[in-house]
Write a protein that binds this ligand. Structure first.
Ligand SMILES: Nc1ncnc2c1ncn2[C@@H]1O[C@H](COP(=O)(O)OP(=O)(O)O)[C@@H](O)[C@H]1O
Ligand SMILES: [Mg+2]
Length: 341
Protein backbone atom coordinates (compact mmCIF):
# COMPACT_ATOMS: atom_id res chain seq x y z
CA UNK A 1 0.00 0.00 0.00
CA UNK A 2 1.59 3.25 -1.07
CA UNK A 3 0.85 6.53 0.62
CA UNK A 4 0.47 8.31 -2.74
CA UNK A 5 -2.40 6.03 -3.72
CA UNK A 6 -4.09 6.58 -0.38
CA UNK A 7 -3.85 10.38 -0.76
CA UNK A 8 -5.15 10.18 -4.33
CA UNK A 9 -8.21 8.38 -3.01
CA UNK A 10 -9.14 11.35 -0.82
CA UNK A 11 -11.31 13.80 -2.77
CA UNK A 12 -10.31 16.89 -0.78
CA UNK A 13 -6.91 18.59 -1.20
CA UNK A 14 -4.34 16.99 1.14
CA UNK A 15 -0.65 17.79 1.74
CA UNK A 16 1.95 15.95 3.78
CA UNK A 17 4.73 18.20 5.05
CA UNK A 18 8.00 17.37 6.77
CA UNK A 19 9.13 19.05 9.99
CA UNK A 20 11.13 21.48 7.80
CA UNK A 21 7.72 22.73 6.47
CA UNK A 22 8.49 21.41 2.98
CA UNK A 23 5.85 19.53 1.04
CA UNK A 24 6.65 15.82 0.77
CA UNK A 25 3.44 14.63 -0.89
CA UNK A 26 0.39 16.31 -2.39
CA UNK A 27 -2.65 14.73 -4.02
CA UNK A 28 -3.91 16.00 -7.36
CA UNK A 29 -6.85 17.76 -5.67
CA UNK A 30 -4.22 19.89 -3.87
CA UNK A 31 -2.23 20.64 -7.05
CA UNK A 32 -5.49 21.63 -8.73
CA UNK A 33 -6.52 23.86 -5.85
CA UNK A 34 -3.18 25.73 -5.80
CA UNK A 35 -2.90 25.42 -9.57
CA UNK A 36 0.81 24.47 -9.50
CA UNK A 37 3.21 21.61 -8.97
CA UNK A 38 3.74 21.33 -5.22
CA UNK A 39 6.58 18.81 -4.79
CA UNK A 40 9.36 20.17 -2.53
CA UNK A 41 7.84 23.65 -2.16
CA UNK A 42 7.77 25.28 1.23
CA UNK A 43 4.27 25.40 2.67
CA UNK A 44 5.02 28.90 3.98
CA UNK A 45 5.37 30.21 0.42
CA UNK A 46 2.10 28.52 -0.45
CA UNK A 47 -0.10 29.67 2.39
CA UNK A 48 1.19 33.01 3.68
CA UNK A 49 -1.75 33.64 6.01
CA UNK A 50 -0.87 34.15 9.68
CA UNK A 51 -3.71 32.11 11.27
CA UNK A 52 -2.98 29.11 9.03
CA UNK A 53 0.78 29.40 9.54
CA UNK A 54 0.25 29.46 13.31
CA UNK A 55 -1.78 26.25 13.15
CA UNK A 56 0.84 24.56 10.96
CA UNK A 57 3.59 25.70 13.29
CA UNK A 58 1.76 24.30 16.34
CA UNK A 59 1.33 20.95 14.60
CA UNK A 60 5.04 20.75 13.72
CA UNK A 61 6.60 22.09 16.91
CA UNK A 62 4.10 21.08 19.59
CA UNK A 63 2.38 18.11 17.91
CA UNK A 64 -0.93 19.94 18.30
CA UNK A 65 -3.87 19.47 15.92
CA UNK A 66 -5.75 22.60 14.88
CA UNK A 67 -7.70 24.37 12.17
CA UNK A 68 -8.02 27.85 10.64
CA UNK A 69 -9.86 29.61 7.86
CA UNK A 70 -7.92 29.91 4.63
CA UNK A 71 -8.82 32.21 1.73
CA UNK A 72 -7.63 31.55 -1.80
CA UNK A 73 -8.33 33.71 -4.83
CA UNK A 74 -9.00 31.73 -7.93
CA UNK A 75 -10.45 32.34 -11.36
CA UNK A 76 -14.03 32.45 -10.12
CA UNK A 77 -13.42 34.76 -7.17
CA UNK A 78 -12.34 34.06 -3.62
CA UNK A 79 -12.81 30.59 -2.10
CA UNK A 80 -12.98 29.89 1.62
CA UNK A 81 -11.49 26.72 3.08
CA UNK A 82 -11.08 25.24 6.51
CA UNK A 83 -7.45 24.17 6.72
CA UNK A 84 -6.84 21.37 9.26
CA UNK A 85 -3.35 20.44 10.44
CA UNK A 86 -2.73 17.08 12.11
CA UNK A 87 0.68 16.16 13.49
CA UNK A 88 2.11 12.84 12.25
CA UNK A 89 3.68 10.39 14.74
CA UNK A 90 7.13 10.45 13.10
CA UNK A 91 7.30 14.23 12.68
CA UNK A 92 5.75 16.43 10.05
CA UNK A 93 2.05 17.02 9.60
CA UNK A 94 -0.88 16.35 7.34
CA UNK A 95 -2.84 19.36 6.02
CA UNK A 96 -6.29 19.10 4.52
CA UNK A 97 -8.49 21.79 2.96
CA UNK A 98 -12.27 21.64 3.09
CA UNK A 99 -14.06 23.99 0.66
CA UNK A 100 -16.62 26.07 2.54
CA UNK A 101 -17.39 28.52 -0.23
CA UNK A 102 -20.78 27.20 -1.29
CA UNK A 103 -21.96 26.70 2.25
CA UNK A 104 -20.98 30.24 3.19
CA UNK A 105 -22.53 31.70 0.04
CA UNK A 106 -25.85 29.95 0.64
CA UNK A 107 -25.76 30.99 4.29
CA UNK A 108 -25.29 34.62 3.22
CA UNK A 109 -28.12 34.27 0.69
CA UNK A 110 -30.42 32.80 3.33
CA UNK A 111 -29.63 35.62 5.76
CA UNK A 112 -30.18 38.27 3.07
CA UNK A 113 -33.45 36.66 2.11
CA UNK A 114 -34.76 36.63 5.67
CA UNK A 115 -33.65 40.26 6.14
CA UNK A 116 -35.40 41.23 2.88
CA UNK A 117 -38.65 39.51 3.80
CA UNK A 118 -38.68 41.17 7.20
CA UNK A 119 -38.08 44.55 5.65
CA UNK A 120 -40.72 44.04 2.94
CA UNK A 121 -43.37 43.01 5.46
CA UNK A 122 -42.45 45.66 7.98
CA UNK A 123 -43.17 48.56 5.62
CA UNK A 124 -46.91 47.85 5.18
CA UNK A 125 -47.15 46.74 8.78
CA UNK A 126 -45.72 50.03 10.06
CA UNK A 127 -48.19 51.92 7.95
CA UNK A 128 -51.12 49.82 9.25
CA UNK A 129 -50.07 50.42 12.85
CA UNK A 130 -49.76 54.15 12.16
CA UNK A 131 -53.26 54.37 10.69
CA UNK A 132 -54.79 52.37 13.54
CA UNK A 133 -53.28 54.87 15.99
CA UNK A 134 -54.58 57.81 13.98
CA UNK A 135 -58.06 56.31 13.76
CA UNK A 136 -58.11 55.82 17.50
CA UNK A 137 -56.68 59.26 18.28
CA UNK A 138 -56.74 62.40 16.13
CA UNK A 139 -59.16 61.06 13.51
CA UNK A 140 -61.68 59.57 15.94
CA UNK A 141 -65.16 60.54 14.79
CA UNK A 142 -63.98 61.92 11.43
CA UNK A 143 -66.00 59.83 8.99
CA UNK A 144 -64.28 61.11 5.84
CA UNK A 145 -60.86 60.31 7.27
CA UNK A 146 -62.10 56.84 8.27
CA UNK A 147 -63.00 56.03 4.70
CA UNK A 148 -59.75 57.35 3.34
CA UNK A 149 -57.61 55.56 5.89
CA UNK A 150 -59.48 52.28 5.59
CA UNK A 151 -58.87 52.34 1.84
CA UNK A 152 -55.13 52.73 2.40
CA UNK A 153 -55.14 50.09 5.15
CA UNK A 154 -56.93 47.71 2.85
CA UNK A 155 -54.32 48.27 0.17
CA UNK A 156 -51.44 47.66 2.58
CA UNK A 157 -53.05 44.51 3.99
CA UNK A 158 -53.65 43.21 0.44
CA UNK A 159 -50.01 43.84 -0.36
CA UNK A 160 -48.88 41.80 2.65
CA UNK A 161 -51.27 39.09 1.57
CA UNK A 162 -49.80 39.04 -1.94
CA UNK A 163 -46.31 38.98 -0.51
CA UNK A 164 -47.11 35.90 1.57
CA UNK A 165 -48.78 34.15 -1.39
CA UNK A 166 -45.80 34.93 -3.62
CA UNK A 167 -43.38 33.61 -1.00
CA UNK A 168 -45.40 30.41 -0.77
CA UNK A 169 -45.46 30.02 -4.58
CA UNK A 170 -41.75 30.62 -4.71
CA UNK A 171 -41.01 27.89 -2.21
CA UNK A 172 -43.44 25.49 -3.91
CA UNK A 173 -41.88 26.10 -7.31
CA UNK A 174 -38.43 25.57 -5.83
CA UNK A 175 -39.51 22.29 -4.27
CA UNK A 176 -40.76 20.72 -7.48
CA UNK A 177 -38.19 22.30 -9.78
CA UNK A 178 -36.54 18.92 -10.32
CA UNK A 179 -39.76 17.14 -11.22
CA UNK A 180 -40.31 17.47 -14.93
CA UNK A 181 -43.87 18.43 -15.97
CA UNK A 182 -45.62 15.72 -18.02
CA UNK A 183 -48.94 17.14 -19.23
CA UNK A 184 -49.53 18.20 -22.82
CA UNK A 185 -50.36 21.88 -22.59
CA UNK A 186 -51.20 24.24 -25.44
CA UNK A 187 -49.33 27.49 -24.83
CA UNK A 188 -51.75 29.46 -26.99
CA UNK A 189 -54.69 28.27 -24.87
CA UNK A 190 -52.87 29.25 -21.67
CA UNK A 191 -52.08 32.69 -23.08
CA UNK A 192 -55.68 33.20 -24.24
CA UNK A 193 -57.02 32.42 -20.79
CA UNK A 194 -54.44 34.68 -19.12
CA UNK A 195 -55.43 37.56 -21.40
CA UNK A 196 -59.10 36.89 -20.60
CA UNK A 197 -58.34 36.93 -16.84
CA UNK A 198 -56.59 40.29 -17.21
CA UNK A 199 -59.46 41.86 -19.21
CA UNK A 200 -60.34 44.21 -16.32
CA UNK A 201 -56.78 45.43 -15.74
CA UNK A 202 -56.26 45.88 -19.48
CA UNK A 203 -59.30 48.07 -19.90
CA UNK A 204 -58.53 50.04 -16.69
CA UNK A 205 -55.14 50.91 -18.19
CA UNK A 206 -56.53 51.30 -21.74
CA UNK A 207 -53.99 48.77 -22.92
CA UNK A 208 -54.70 46.66 -26.01
CA UNK A 209 -53.29 43.24 -26.72
CA UNK A 210 -52.19 42.21 -30.17
CA UNK A 211 -51.95 38.44 -30.35
CA UNK A 212 -52.66 36.99 -33.78
CA UNK A 213 -50.44 33.99 -33.11
CA UNK A 214 -52.84 32.67 -30.46
CA UNK A 215 -55.12 31.27 -33.18
CA UNK A 216 -52.75 28.34 -33.71
CA UNK A 217 -51.83 25.73 -31.14
CA UNK A 218 -48.38 25.24 -29.59
CA UNK A 219 -48.21 22.10 -27.47
CA UNK A 220 -45.45 21.60 -24.91
CA UNK A 221 -44.99 19.34 -21.89
CA UNK A 222 -45.95 21.58 -19.06
CA UNK A 223 -47.69 22.38 -15.82
CA UNK A 224 -50.76 24.41 -16.76
CA UNK A 225 -51.08 26.24 -13.42
CA UNK A 226 -47.45 27.27 -13.36
CA UNK A 227 -47.50 28.39 -16.99
CA UNK A 228 -50.57 30.46 -16.20
CA UNK A 229 -48.76 32.02 -13.26
CA UNK A 230 -45.70 32.73 -15.42
CA UNK A 231 -47.60 34.54 -18.18
CA UNK A 232 -49.91 36.30 -15.73
CA UNK A 233 -46.88 37.96 -14.21
CA UNK A 234 -45.19 38.79 -17.51
CA UNK A 235 -48.36 40.29 -19.01
CA UNK A 236 -49.26 42.06 -15.76
CA UNK A 237 -45.78 43.59 -15.75
CA UNK A 238 -46.26 44.66 -19.36
CA UNK A 239 -49.51 46.38 -18.32
CA UNK A 240 -47.96 47.99 -15.21
CA UNK A 241 -44.70 49.11 -16.75
CA UNK A 242 -45.72 49.38 -20.40
CA UNK A 243 -47.77 52.50 -19.90
CA UNK A 244 -51.38 53.59 -20.34
CA UNK A 245 -52.85 53.53 -23.80
CA UNK A 246 -50.10 51.36 -25.24
CA UNK A 247 -50.19 47.94 -26.90
CA UNK A 248 -48.81 44.61 -25.67
CA UNK A 249 -47.64 42.30 -28.43
CA UNK A 250 -47.84 38.59 -27.76
CA UNK A 251 -46.00 36.43 -30.27
CA UNK A 252 -45.64 32.65 -30.34
CA UNK A 253 -43.60 30.74 -32.89
CA UNK A 254 -42.11 27.32 -33.45
CA UNK A 255 -38.34 27.18 -33.87
CA UNK A 256 -36.77 24.24 -35.68
CA UNK A 257 -33.88 24.45 -33.30
CA UNK A 258 -33.03 26.74 -30.40
CA UNK A 259 -29.28 27.12 -30.16
CA UNK A 260 -29.16 27.27 -26.37
CA UNK A 261 -31.70 24.50 -25.75
CA UNK A 262 -30.26 22.49 -28.65
CA UNK A 263 -33.61 21.16 -29.78
CA UNK A 264 -36.85 22.19 -31.46
CA UNK A 265 -38.47 24.87 -29.34
CA UNK A 266 -41.43 27.19 -28.93
CA UNK A 267 -40.71 30.85 -28.39
CA UNK A 268 -43.17 33.16 -26.64
CA UNK A 269 -42.57 36.91 -26.73
CA UNK A 270 -44.35 39.36 -24.43
CA UNK A 271 -43.38 42.76 -25.75
CA UNK A 272 -44.47 46.12 -24.41
CA UNK A 273 -44.08 49.73 -25.58
CA UNK A 274 -42.92 51.08 -22.21
CA UNK A 275 -39.92 53.18 -21.25
CA UNK A 276 -37.64 50.17 -21.32
CA UNK A 277 -35.14 48.95 -18.74
CA UNK A 278 -31.55 50.16 -18.48
CA UNK A 279 -29.10 47.39 -19.47
CA UNK A 280 -27.40 47.45 -16.06
CA UNK A 281 -30.58 46.10 -14.45
CA UNK A 282 -31.22 43.25 -16.88
CA UNK A 283 -28.97 40.58 -15.33
CA UNK A 284 -30.44 41.17 -11.85
CA UNK A 285 -34.12 41.46 -12.76
CA UNK A 286 -34.98 37.88 -11.78
CA UNK A 287 -33.42 38.20 -8.30
CA UNK A 288 -35.88 38.09 -5.43
CA UNK A 289 -37.15 41.55 -4.47
CA UNK A 290 -35.07 43.25 -7.17
CA UNK A 291 -36.92 46.22 -8.63
CA UNK A 292 -35.71 48.93 -10.96
CA UNK A 293 -37.81 51.52 -9.21
CA UNK A 294 -38.89 50.60 -5.68
CA UNK A 295 -41.57 53.25 -5.35
CA UNK A 296 -43.13 52.58 -8.69
CA UNK A 297 -43.31 48.83 -8.07
CA UNK A 298 -44.80 49.35 -4.61
CA UNK A 299 -47.31 51.93 -5.85
CA UNK A 300 -48.48 49.33 -8.33
CA UNK A 301 -48.81 46.78 -5.54
CA UNK A 302 -45.82 44.75 -6.76
CA UNK A 303 -43.92 42.32 -4.56
CA UNK A 304 -40.71 42.13 -6.59
CA UNK A 305 -41.04 38.34 -6.59
CA UNK A 306 -42.86 37.79 -9.88
CA UNK A 307 -39.79 37.40 -12.08
CA UNK A 308 -38.00 35.25 -9.50
CA UNK A 309 -40.98 32.88 -9.60
CA UNK A 310 -41.04 33.12 -13.41
CA UNK A 311 -37.40 32.09 -13.63
CA UNK A 312 -37.98 28.97 -11.52
CA UNK A 313 -41.06 27.99 -13.52
CA UNK A 314 -39.14 28.35 -16.79
CA UNK A 315 -36.24 26.31 -15.51
CA UNK A 316 -38.61 23.59 -14.24
CA UNK A 317 -39.84 23.38 -17.84
CA UNK A 318 -36.21 23.07 -19.02
CA UNK A 319 -36.64 26.32 -20.89
CA UNK A 320 -34.92 29.68 -20.80
CA UNK A 321 -35.93 33.29 -20.26
CA UNK A 322 -34.39 36.11 -22.28
CA UNK A 323 -35.00 39.76 -21.51
CA UNK A 324 -34.20 42.48 -24.01
CA UNK A 325 -35.05 46.13 -23.72
CA UNK A 326 -34.49 49.36 -25.52
CA UNK A 327 -34.84 52.65 -23.68
CA UNK A 328 -37.78 54.64 -24.97
CA UNK A 329 -39.00 51.78 -27.17
CA UNK A 330 -39.99 48.98 -24.86
CA UNK A 331 -39.06 45.64 -23.32
CA UNK A 332 -39.46 42.10 -24.55
CA UNK A 333 -39.62 39.06 -22.28
CA UNK A 334 -39.01 35.93 -24.35
CA UNK A 335 -39.53 32.43 -23.02
CA UNK A 336 -38.19 29.40 -24.92
CA UNK A 337 -39.60 25.93 -24.18
CA UNK A 338 -38.52 22.60 -25.59
CA UNK A 339 -41.21 21.52 -28.05
CA UNK A 340 -43.31 18.46 -27.20
CA UNK A 341 -42.09 15.64 -29.47
N1 LIG B 1 -42.24 45.01 -18.79
C1 LIG B 1 -41.43 45.67 -17.96
N2 LIG B 1 -40.97 46.92 -18.26
C2 LIG B 1 -40.16 47.60 -17.43
N3 LIG B 1 -39.71 47.11 -16.26
C3 LIG B 1 -40.12 45.88 -15.90
C4 LIG B 1 -41.00 45.09 -16.72
N4 LIG B 1 -41.22 43.91 -16.10
C5 LIG B 1 -40.52 43.95 -14.94
N5 LIG B 1 -39.87 45.13 -14.80
C6 LIG B 1 -39.00 45.53 -13.68
O1 LIG B 1 -38.60 44.34 -13.00
C7 LIG B 1 -38.94 44.42 -11.64
C8 LIG B 1 -39.24 43.03 -11.09
O2 LIG B 1 -40.45 42.50 -11.64
P1 LIG B 1 -41.33 41.52 -10.79
O3 LIG B 1 -40.42 40.50 -10.20
O4 LIG B 1 -42.47 41.03 -11.61
O5 LIG B 1 -41.81 42.43 -9.58
P2 LIG B 1 -43.06 43.44 -9.42
O6 LIG B 1 -43.88 43.35 -10.67
O7 LIG B 1 -43.77 42.92 -8.24
O8 LIG B 1 -42.45 44.79 -9.19
C9 LIG B 1 -40.10 45.40 -11.58
O9 LIG B 1 -40.17 46.02 -10.32
C10 LIG B 1 -39.73 46.37 -12.68
O10 LIG B 1 -38.82 47.33 -12.16
MG1 LIG C 1 -44.59 41.47 -11.44
Amino acid sequence: MTLEAVLEGIPMPVLLIGDDSRIRLANSAASEMFNRDLGGASVVSLVRQAPVLAVIDASLTAAQAGQARFLLSGLSGENTYICRANPLPDGGAMLSFEDQTQQEDSEIMRRDFVANISHELRTPLTSLIGFIETLRGPARGDVDAHDRFLTIMDREAQRMNRMVSDLLSLSRVEVDERIRPRDQVDLAAVLRSVVATLEGKLSDASVTVSADALRDSFPILGDRDQLTQLFLNLIENAIKYGGTGKTIHIGVENLDRDLALRQPAVRVDIRDEGEGIDAIHLPRLTERFYRVDDHRSRDQGGTGLGLAIAKHIVSRHRGRLKITSEQGIGSCFSVFFPRAQ
